[in-house]
Write a protein that binds this ligand. Structure first.
Ligand code: NDP
Length: 376
């Protein structure tokens, strides 16, 4: 099809801007893998404000959220976040581009951008309410972007931003942990072999915490290699029984959900500020099924009642953790990666033509790190 993106200059004083169409994987409706469509007719997302950075995407990694969003998960709340006042001409979120992580190169910057210039290698986690990264170009605000670690390829770098922003937001805001307060803190991570777990183990070890992990038998070597101090195979016998024989924890970081909270609260040190933080929350499912107001109220009431109940009965905090876009947080991660303290864990790679296969891989579960798509 030849070159579809070109530099144009509309007014003598304005900088040249990329315009035209780009290739992307889109969905026009929610559903199973069949709704994923390749197109070369998506308008390039040009800079529309002074603080925006336009990035040529080189690699993308997938997250469970991509599979869930393909099926309509979170549609109501994300639509509200995209267009809170319903002022957009087009009332539809389609065509929707999935893909949250990216590693790439800056091609254009708004006039107020101070930290980036064309040619910079960057990484970012694209917020779910913005058009995703399974595309040739993405435009984000400067605050959401960070310089990629120098020691990583684009493929490796793309495996980190979304799980890093999620882990940092949940562990810092929910778990009360940070670089200077984690030394010798005892942390339990459930689901240690997936995207979030393999990152969080390394972050917490870099911060000096003592890390215990639950995972399947065939992931024990992987998580030990990433630095976990104690590893429990949840498929071999009663993992709760084994955990109950151990010294109690300061933080439980739960990436599994389900009934985990029922037994994990009892593993926390009582009356000492210990915290349970789960990533598996009912917020978006509730707003999808009950509507925005009822869903949010229902989720809020459930969170408050569990928080109060646990605080009053044993002095432990019950919290929900969420992804939050944060370029400066990624700057800190970049330093840890360049210092060799955090390694990328890329389990599988796919080409841009194989995006549906990459989704299939994710849908099978049992992740051992991340699945990455090469775009450029
Ligand atoms: P992954 O799919 O990458 O990893 C999940 C891992 O958990 C797999 O390695 C799986 O391997 C393992 N696992 C499954 N069941 C258990 C169990 N009972 N005990 C221990 N390990 C188990 O997911 P992510 O790491 O990316 O995310 C984890 C969860 O957090 C997901 O539910 C995700 O949707 C959620 N999340 C929420 C966010 C938020 O903003 N609230 C942001 C990011 C993630 P195996 O089955 O072989 O044991």
């Amino acid at each position: 099809t030849g070159c579809r993106v070109c530099l144009t200059r509309n007014m003598s004083s304005s900088p040249p801007r990329l315009q035209g169409c780009m290739s992307a994987w889109i969905i026009d409706q929610y559903g199973s893998n069949g709704v994923l469509k390749y197109t070369e007719e998506i308008t390039v997302p040009t800079i529309s404000s002074a603080t925006e950075v336009m990035i040529k995407v080189h690699a993308v990694s997938l997250n469970p959220l991509d599979v869930a969003m393909r099926g309509g998960y979170g549609a109501k709340l994300l639509k509200l976040r995209r267009d809170p006042l319903s002022v957009m001409d087009n009332d539809s979120e389609f065509p929707l581009i999935l893909g949250r992580d990216l590693s790439g190169v800056v091609v254009d910057c708004g006039s107020g951008v101070t930290h980036f210039a064309p040619g910079d290698e960057v990484w970012a986690a694209v917020p779910p309410w913005k058009q995703g990264s399974l595309a040739e170009y993405v435009t984000l605000t400067e605050y959401e972007v960070s310089h990629k670690p120098k020691v990583l390829s684009h493929i490796e770098a793309a495996s980190i931003p979304y799980v890093a922003n999620t882990s940092l937001s949940a562990l810092v805001n929910g778990g009360g942990l940070c670089r200077d307060s984690s030394s010798n803190k005892r942390v339990l991570i459930t689901g240690g072999s997936g995207g979030v777990g393999t990152f969080a183990i390394q972050l917490l070890k870099a911060w000096g915490a003592h890390v215990t992990v639950t995972c399947s038998q065939n992931a024990v070597g992987l998580v030990r290699g990433l630095g976990a101090d104690e590893v429990l195979d949840y498929t071999a016998g009663d993992v709760v029984e084994q955990l109950e024989t151990m010294e109690k924890f300061d933080v439980v970081f739960d990436g599994v959900g389900g009934d985990t909270e029922e037994w994990a609260m009892g593993l926390l040190k009582p009356w000492s500020g210990a915290k349970y933080v789960t990533l598996v929350t009912p917020l978006l499912l509730n707003t999808d099924s009950m509507g925005l107001l009822d869903g949010t109220l229902n989720a809020g009431c459930s969170l408050q009642s569990k928080a109060i109940q646990n605080l009053l009965s044993s002095g432990v905090f019950y919290r929900w953790g969420f992804y939050a876009p944060d370029g400066p947080a990624l700057d800190e991660v970049s330093k840890l990666v360049d210092a060799g303290k955090i390694l990328p864990v890329v389990e599988a790679q796919f080409s841009f033509t194989q995006v549906p296969q990459a989704f299939q891989k994710l849908e099978k579960g049992h992740a051992r790190g991340k699945t990455v798509v090469r775009v450029a």
